[in-house]
Design a protein around this ligand. Structure first.
Ligand SMILES: [Zn+2]
Length: 205
């Protein structure tokens, strides 16, 4: 791709580093931003650098938060001994949208995937195991996406905690295999949490 401007080329190259954005799309987006009122593009740039510089992760559940402890973890009306284990914050958002879950979350930050070089130590697993060991958790609900990596992650965590006094369940698979949680409609997702099944039962099926 030949550029008439080095500034344009740099902007396109930066944009093309985003997932799913090729150079052509990057060029289209940059040209679009150039056609927008200047203040709008500046606003976008400022909010991106602000979110990057100031964003926090909740020190308890690792959800993205503006405070040290997120709104969910610090809400006294939530059930602290019920923890829903999810891959990333998009899953928290999807489950919160269902308005059916009153417990807390634990955001792992991904799933175990040897092909991608992601092992248990790359995820927030140890802190979850520590929560269970401390006795503050009565039930863990696995709400990982129904993929091989999701299953591997569930099983890995289960093995770490199975000797402790904690119930472990997994959301009902109304979700077709391979689907991501965030694309599941709210009613199905809400029901799959309410209809959760003991994790060990899910292993036998
Ligand atoms: Zn939190």
């Amino acid at each position: 791709m030949q550029f008439s401007s080095k500034l344009l080329e740099d902007a396109v190259n930066e944009m093309a580093q985003l997932p799913g954005i090729g150079k052509r799309t990057a060029l289209r987006l940059v040209l679009h931003l150039l056609r927008q009122p200047e203040q709008q593009t500046i606003g976008l740039a400022q909010s991106l650098s602000k979110v990057r510089a100031e964003i926090n992760f909740c020190q308890s559940c690792y959800n993205i938060s503006d405070k040290k402890v997120c709104e969910i973890c610090s809400n006294p009306n939530r059930i602290g001994e019920l923890i829903c284990v999810v891959e990333d914050i998009r899953d928290v958002m999807a489950i919160e949208n269902t308005s059916t879950f009153k417990g807390l979350y634990h955001v792992l930050g991904g799933k175990i995937s040897p092909i991608d070089g992601i092992g248990p130590q790359d995820l927030k697993i140890q802190s979850l195991v520590n929560k269970v060991k401390s006795g503050e958790v009565k039930e863990l609900i696995f709400a990982m996406s129904p993929t091989m990596e999701g299953d591997t992650t569930n099983f890995y965590i289960f093995r770490q905690i199975q000797d402790y006094d904690v119930a472990v369940s997994t959301i009902a698979r109304g979700v077709a295999a391979g689907n991501e949680l965030e694309y599941t409609d709210e009613i199905t997702l809400g029901r799959s949490i309410q209809d959760r099944i003991p994790f060990e039962t899910s292993l036998k099926s």
